[in-house]
Design a protein around this ligand. Structure first.
Ligand code: SAM
Length: 291
């Protein structure tokens, strides 16, 4: 049988099941085998690998991961896709589909039950993400505490530009900080709109995040470090002192200014010019002001 991600087979599957796309769920299915093999290639899967997929759709990418990995677990929110996946995944008994919202399911527990308990420790995320929830899904994966080896994900090109962005650029923001804290990130390749049905409105890119064994910088309070970074970007045109004053409280403005000097950061700088190391130093210095 032909692979799912050919136009003919995809159309036949959709027709047979009377499936109609839901734009609100970010349903754009891949119909290009070349792109799919580049995605799974970036994940460097082997017969000992476990793959966690968010949003399998009708199983185009799932199938390509299943051909290379020991087990694939796919989380799908749309109930209408479950009988379709039952059908398309029937040649792949080592694929398990779990119905639910990737933003709500307990990822740690799933990884433990489906992979670690079966002796699978080399775990990667391989997914073509629903674009309406790209950032929250990436943040959830990074903060899950699961020791993923890598995350290979198709996302909007515009968001991909933010992952490796350097301080002082427009694309640099709290997403860049979070990703660079947990992972070494790269944009693997750009993907044109015409390899999906229906075609999305924006260009896409595949990113590869190789998870670090230790975070890029050491901080005393991780949650506070991220809060400080987020607060520093709240209003990009404001100085770091003003943004942080809004976050910590006006009554602490004088102490904040002193702490910024102590951390070697000019209070008049904008948040977007601070490096990861500077945010780490800053959040440790002002930790006593945390409310
Ligand atoms: N993997 C398929 C492919 O590449 O052709 C489909 C990718 S499509 C861009 C995104 C998929 O994610 C859809 O199947 C959609 O129903 C599903 N989805 C959307 N929101 C989700 C969520 N919060 N949790 C899990 N799956 C979700």
């Amino acid at each position: 049988m032909k692979d799912i991600a050919t136009i003919q087979r995809t159309k036949a599957i959709l027709e047979r099941h009377g499936f109609s796309f839901k734009k609100s769920l970010g349903q754009n299915f891949l119909i290009d085998l070349n792109i799919l093999s580049k995605i799974v290639g970036a994940a460097e899967l082997s017969e000992v690998s476990g793959v966690l997929e968010i949003g399998p759709g009708i199983g185009s990418l799932t199938e390509q991961s299943a051909k290379r990995a020991k087990k694939v677990v796919a989380l799908e929110i749309d109930q209408r896709l479950l009988p379709i996946l039952d059908d398309t995944m029937s040649p792949y008994p080592h694929v398990k589909v779990i119905h639910g919202d990737a933003l709500e399911l307990d990822l740690r527990e799933i990884v433990e039950q489906e992979f670690l308990n079966e002796g699978i420790e080399d775990i990667s995320v391989v997914a073509n993400l629903p674009y309406y929830v790209t950032t929250p899904i990436i943040m959830r994966l990074l903060e899950s505490g699961v020791k993923f080896r890598s995350l290979v994900m198709m996302i909007q090109k515009e968001v991909a530009e933010r992952i490796g962005a350097k301080p002082g650029t427009k694309a640099y923001g709290s997403l860049s900080i979070a990703i660079q804290y947990y992972a070494e990130a790269e944009v693997s390749f750009i993907v044109p709109k015409n390899v999906f049905i229906p075609a999305p409105n924006v260009d896409s890119a595949v990113i590869t995040l190789r998870m670090r064994k230790e975070p890029a910088v050491q901080v005393k309070d991780e949650a506070f470090f991220f809060d400080v970074a987020r607060a520093s970007f709240a209003q990009r045109r404001k100085t770091i002192l003003n943004n942080l004053t809004n976050y910590i409280g006006k009554e602490h403005k004088v102490e904040l200014e002193r702490s910024l000097h102590e951390a070697g950061i000019d209070p008049k700088r904008r948040g977007e010019t601070l490096s990861l190391e500077e945010f780490a130093r800053l959040s440790d210095t002002i930790l006593p002001l945390k409310n």
